[in-house]
Design a binder for this molecule. Structure first.
Ligand SMILES: [Zn+2]
Length: 250
């Protein structure tokens, strides 16, 4: 559950690919529809294009894309958006959720964090939604992906992951997945002067890979609060690496 089309691909695409390889059913959901991601197209035009890109990216790993239809720069944790996410979770019945960290470079990400966290807690509560409660609905495992560039925006410090996932074998598939978002490669080049949409993602993967002792990695922090599962399922499934394993950190 991420804010914008392409966020999941950037922050946790390699891990999603690995889960799909294990036979997991992968759902990519975004709160916003990406309607500010263009310098020249109208909001409706770019949102349509980005929806198609999200579908294509999800399909490339055998997954499903869901868009809640909120507007870019206007993702707000309120009763309406809370209900939308709880209803989505009610239908998907997630057992493991990845979302943005509490602190990130833009507020759409932080508000999506709140929405995902709220829905994780609420969706298995019978009266939280009008939709039927599916069998097996429980509080899912919850993980936070890296903030943009891996740094907490308030402190400028690197986020210390609770687990690192080796995605060296998946980096090409992750790059192909991100390349489905062709409109953003162009827009970022014009707006931010970033000519390396995919290279930036790969570069960050290398930085996290160095910490993990492999070529490319993705970093996560597991939510450990009550009543979330405490065991590290992602690590158990994918052979997670901990910074204590690499000697980088005590
Ligand atoms: Zn985003």
């Amino acid at each position: 559950m991420m804010a914008h089309p392409d966020d999941a691909e950037i922050f946790c695409g390699g891990t999603l690919i690995r889960l799909a390889e294990l036979g997991w059913q992968v759902h990519l959901a975004t709160a916003a529809r990406g309607d500010c991601g263009s310098m020249d197209l109208s909001r409706e035009e770019i949102a349509r294009i980005r929806y198609d890109e999200g579908v294509a990216a999800a399909k490339s790993i055998g997954g499903t894309y869901h868009c809640l239809g909120l507007s870019d720069l206007n993702v707000i944790f309120d009763a309406n958006s809370n209900r939308l996410v709880i209803d989505l979770f009610r239908q998907v019945n997630p057992s493991l959720v990845i979302t943005h960290p509490r602190n990130d470079y833009m507020l759409d990400h932080e508000q999506t964090h709140l929405l995902a966290r709220s829905a994780c807690f609420a969706y298995s509560v019978p009266n939280a939604s009008e939709l039927p409660l599916l069998a097996g609905a429980v509080t899912p495992y919850l993980y936070y992906a890296d903030p943009l560039e891996g740094c907490d925006p308030y402190t400028g410090q690197w986020v210390e992951p609770s687990v690192l996932i080796d995605i060296s074998q998946q980096i090409q598939a992750k790059s192909d997945m991100l390349a489905c978002h062709a409109s953003q490669r162009e827009w970022l080049r014009e707006h931010h002067g970033m000519d390396h949409y995919i290279h930036s993602m790969q570069h960050h993967g290398q930085i996290r890979g160095k910490l993990a002792g492999c070529a490319y990695a993705e970093a996560f922090v597991q939510h450990r609060g009550h009543p979330y599962p405490q065991d590290d399922l992602l690590s158990e499934l994918l052979g997670g690496i901990h910074t204590t394993d690499t000697g980088e950190k005590a």
